[in-house]
Design a protein around this ligand. Structure first.
Ligand SMILES: Cc1cc2nc3c(=O)[nH]c(=O)nc-3n(C[C@H](O)[C@H](O)[C@H](O)COP(=O)(O)OP(=O)(O)OC[C@H]3O[C@@H](n4cnc5c(N)ncnc54)[C@H](O)[C@@H]3O)c2cc1C
Length: 380
């Protein structure tokens, strides 16, 4: 049995960025990752700041909490920009603004109400009528009536970001066990012992502290220590088109329907937004649902008609994590050396910030934000 200062359970964006901060402060860190369900390797690269209408409509009971979490999103995007500079890599981060478009006066009124609430909460958001919108976003089709502009919103390229972080972790000497499942966690002396399974082989390792950054697997890991964290795995769909000349400058969303669109630096348009995928087979593998592909692409063309002439080169499904809409961040009740680190909605945007706050907690430092309401103890 080998000992580490910190075991990071889950090597997604939260686990990797927590490990980064800990390793930079001289902690010996090991990341263990099952490598099966990860939002980090499947996400669409939107840097979300304004409230997504999808959440307001699907979970109206969570709106008050979403609004209280709103200040975290600009901080999350700012942390990404810092991280890009620290890594010395081009992650294609662009804060070129986000447009949430409306098809009619009713949707425009819904956005105007949302915009007013968000302005009161400090966001730089504005309503744009059709003529003004056409000037800054000529690629939008005739069907678009108006939009809410969130000035700080943007995008990044997750493939580049994940690669750059992994390379830096390796250079810092952070160990990473891939395709390895944590099957048991138990207190041992002053630390924690973890049982690991890798392609049928079993082993143990011990660590002084554990950060549970396992996305939808966090609930299962917390349960091993007698703590409830109700993480739910939500399979979602993404399409990407062939490359084209610069077309879409903003992150584009819709007031009523699920969509996000953005163009990567190399010209491909990534079209996501939370259309459902499904789990199939004994491994419950996230699998594309053709109905989502058609629905997502039809909506994309409705908003940006020029997309109709592009071919889709790839489509995939990945697993998002939901809880109650807010981060689950803090010490596990009854375990002073175990911390949960699950971002709220738009978890890739929040990932490096949540990773940083989890690392600060593990080092006994101030996380820099009021995280009292994110405590895992709220689930009883
Ligand atoms: C299709 C899709 C598109 C998305 N688009 C966006 C977007 O555009 N913008 C945005 O902000 N967010 C987006 N998200 C959400 C975002 O990707 C996630 O919220 C974010 O990646 C969560 O990061 P994480 O590190 O908490 O968890 P994950 O990335 O899910 O990583 C958790 C890791 O833990 C590992 N794990 C789980 N259980 C165990 C175990 N028992 N033992 C060992 N390892 C374990 C898993 O293998 C996984 O690698 C999207 C999600 C999906 C699925």
């Amino acid at each position: 049995m080998s000992g580490f200062d910190v075991l990071v359970a889950g090597g997604g964006i939260v686990g990797m960025t927590a490990a980064l901060d800990l390793a930079r402060e001289g902690r010996s860190v090991i990341i263990v990752d099952e490598g099966r369900h990860s939002g980090t390797t499947a996400n669409a690269g939107s840097l979300h700041i304004q409230m997504q209408s999808r959440f307001i409509r699907m979970y109206p009971e969570q709106v008050a909490d979403l609004e209280r979490s709103l200040p975290l999103y600009p901080a999350g995007a700012a942390r990404w920009r810092e991280l890009e500079a620290e890594l010395g890599a081009d992650l294609e981060i662009k804060s070129s603004g986000g447009l949430m478009v409306a098809d009619d006066a009713g949707q425009f009124a819904f956005l105007a109400d949302k915009c007013a609430r968000e302005r009161r909460l400090g966001l730089d958001v504005h309503m744009l009528e059709r003529a003004e919108l056409a000037r800054i976003a000529p690629y939008l089709g005739e069907a678009v009536h108006g939009a809410e502009l969130c000035v700080e919103e943007g995008k990044l390229n997750p493939l580049k970001a994940n690669e750059a972080i992994r390379t830096t972790l390796q250079a810092l000497g952070v160990q990473r066990l891939d395709e390895t499942v944590i099957t048991a966690l138990s207190p041992a002396g002053h630390g924690i012992e973890a049982r690991l399974s890798h392609r049928g082989g079993q082993r143990s390792l011990s660590a002084g502290q554990v950060i549970l950054a396992a996305g939808s697997g966090t609930g299962q890991l917390a349960a091993m220590l007698g703590v409830t964290i109700p993480t739910v795995a939500e399979p979602l769909h993404v399409n990407v088109t062939e490359a084209t000349a610069p077309l879409i400058g903003h992150l584009v969303q819709h007031a009523e329907r699920m969509i996000t669109m953005k163009q990567l630096g190399a010209g491909q348009v990534v079209i996501g937004g939370g259309w459902p995928a499904r789990f199939t087979g004994p491994e419950e593998f996230p699998t594309v649902d053709p109905a989502s592909m058609i629905g997502n692409l039809s909506l994309a063309q409705h908003i940006v008609p020029r997309l109709g002439s592009l071919r889709v080169i790839r489509t995939w499904a990945g697993v998002n994590t939901t809880t109650d809409g807010q981060c689950v961040l803090g010490k596990l009740p009854g375990h002073d050396n175990v911390f949960s680190a699950v971002p709220g909605d738009a978890g890739y945007t929040l990932g490096p910030l949540v990773g940083r706050m989890a690392a600060a907690l593990a080092m006994g430092r101030d996380p820099g934000h009021d995280i009292a309401r994110f405590t895992p103890a709220r689930f009883g």
